[in-house]
Design a protein around this ligand. Structure first.
Ligand SMILES: Cc1ncc(COP(=O)(O)O)c(C=O)c1O
Length: 504
């Protein structure tokens, strides 16, 4: 046996050993070697060769077994040709032949492969469906795919008996830190089924505890500044808690002395502050201050593809959703960042009592999505750079077309410095907030509907019927149809203005 290189003189001792000792050493050595091979087989990842080639069973298994069938099905459905104007889904409707699910066509396209364009089709710019990000995830198909085993997290609880994935929470904190849009350190995270669920969870958590006791304190008033996201009012009224009630817009309360104006005492205020705002995309601050006013900052759109980020938000109660930053609205996942432990506990209890925590399957999918986002930040495939390019180009095109109009106008937006991109960026709002300028156009929703554009009336936001909202978040096909109809509308003004013509 040769001395070990750089050894400590053991070579001389070895040369004096007897043959019996040497035999014993050889036996020990080969046993150690066998053990090492055995451990390596179990604990090291399989060599790359296995992942590329044919598995032992000869099934083209790439070293995989149970995940293969599902992967094949997923890829086969993804490969169904829908002419770029629709797509097939794994859970789509299966034809009578029992074969693969067929194409689900984008609006204004039809036919088995979605290749037929419907002429003169109405543009639907109503919903805030964030499908503008679908092409991004198609480009990142491998990084964002998730394999869910049949036995994944079957239990009600996850790690440590909670309803929340510890790892997902860690990655969300990393995302906020990397994007610089919110300070998550020193705050608790509460997961929910979309931020839609958080609206009432947080109102409940911030409401007075003893409001339903006999000697109760009066209910809190839930308020928002118009134009506001209508779900705040709709949910507050629908759940009708004894601890809180809808209090209208902040304009009613901003200058009033609360004690003198309330008929049933002062239960304080819970103010929704949506920043950037839905529908008009402005960054907002709380209007009501003082110790009796709590604010819930809805930061659904506080991400660099929709707005500049002047500084990380550090509010006591903030809510976020994955629907808008990654576009996965269908997964129904949102989270709140809450400074106060008691408030966080109440919000967590609410989610526990209503749905026993956000779906564990969704949490797994979101973990993959957040990791994929993080891996590409500031790189060529940065999701925020991608989203910003799309949204900026849409805003430019729409505002250029509308700038020729004297009939409709859009909200004013200026370029601003963004700490994420480290430069001044152009506006790229999620929504266009349209005002009808002509005196006779009192119902702007109706004006646009007559021009074959479906929008969302400003009546819902308590902004009045002269305003209506156009969503810029949908897929490319929807946006192109929208641009066609807006161009038609603006072009028609030339003829309206001609002597002797009547306005439409
Ligand atoms: C301001 C605002 N908050 C909350 C939501 C709800 O988002 P989700 O329930 O998809 O998380 C939306 C959806 O459009 C929104 O615009």
């Amino acid at each position: 046996m040769k001395p070990a290189a750089g050894g400590d003189g053991g070579g001389q001792q070895a040369s004096r050993r007897r043959p019996a000792d040497l035999g014993l050493l050889a036996l020990l050595g080969s046993s150690l070697l066998l053990n090492a091979v055995f451990l390596a087989r179990h604990f090291l990842p399989p060599p790359a060769r296995l992942l590329d080639g044919v598995d032992a069973a000869g099934g083209g298994g790439c070293g995989l077994s149970w995940a293969l069938q599902a992967a094949r099905e997923a890829e086969a459905v993804a490969a169904v040709d829908c002419s770029g104007h629709g797509q097939a889904f794994l859970d789509g409707v299966v034809g009578e032949d029992g074969g693969r699910p067929g194409c689900e066509c984008n609006a204004c396209f039809s036919g088995p492969d979605c290749s037929l364009r419907t002429p003169g089709c109405t543009a639907d710019a109503d919903s805030g469906n964030p499908l503008f990000l679908e092409p991004y995830w198609r480009r990142h198909a491998a990084a964002s795919a998730v394999v869910v085993s049949g036995w994944h997290r079957m239990s009600y609880s996850t790690t440590d008996g909670m309803f929340q994935s510890v790892e997902l929470e860690r990655q969300i904190r990393r995302l906020h830190r990397a994007v610089g849009n919110a300070i998550a350190d020193g705050k608790r995270i509460v997961f929910a089924a979309g931020s839609m669920q958080l609206i009432n969870a947080l109102v409940y958590a911030l409401s007075p505890d003893d409001a339903n006791a006999a000697s109760s304190s009066p209910p809190a008033r839930v308020v928002a500044t118009a134009p506001y996201y209508p779900a705040y009012k709709a949910q507050t009224k629908m759940f009708d808690g004894r601890e809180y009630r809808w209090g209208g817009t902040t304009a009613l309360w901003a200058n009033a002395s609360r004690n003198s104006t309330t008929d049933d005492g002062d239960g304080g205020f819970i103010e929704f502050v949506t920043s950037p705002n839905n529908p008009d995309a402005q960054l907002e601050k709380a209007v009501l201050g003082g110790s009796s006013a709590a604010a819930i900052f809805d930061h659904a759109y506080y991400w660099p593809h929709f707005t500049h980020i002047p500084a990380p938000s550090d509010e006591d109660v903030m809510m976020f959703t994955m629907s808008k930053p990654s576009g996965h609205a269908g997964s129904r996942f949102g989270w709140a960042l809450i400074r106060d432990e008691k408030v966080a506990k109440k919000a967590y209890e609410y989610v526990k009592m209503s749905v026993m925590g956000a779906s564990r399957d969704t949490q797994l999918r979101m973990l993959g999505i957040v990791k994929a986002m993080l891996a590409n930040l500031h790189g060529e495939e940065d999701i925020f750079a991608f989203g910003y390019d799309v949204m900026r180009s849409r805003w430019r095109r729409l505002s250029t077309a509308v700038s020729r109009s004297r009939r409709i106008s859009l909200q004013k937006m200026a370029p601003e410095y963004c700490t994420y991109f480290k430069r001044v960026r152009e506006p790229s709002p999620a929504y266009a907030w349209v005002k009808c300028e002509r005196e006779e156009d009192e119902d702007c929703y109706d004006v646009l509907l007559k021009a074959k554009i479906i929008t969302r009336t400003g009546v819902a936001n308590e902004a009045g019927s002269r305003y209506t909202r156009i969503s810029l978040l949908k897929g490319d096909d929807d946006f192109e149809v929208l641009m066609e109809r807006v161009t038609d509308l603006v072009n028609a003004e030339k003829y309206d203005d001609a002597p002797g013509s009547s306005s439409m």
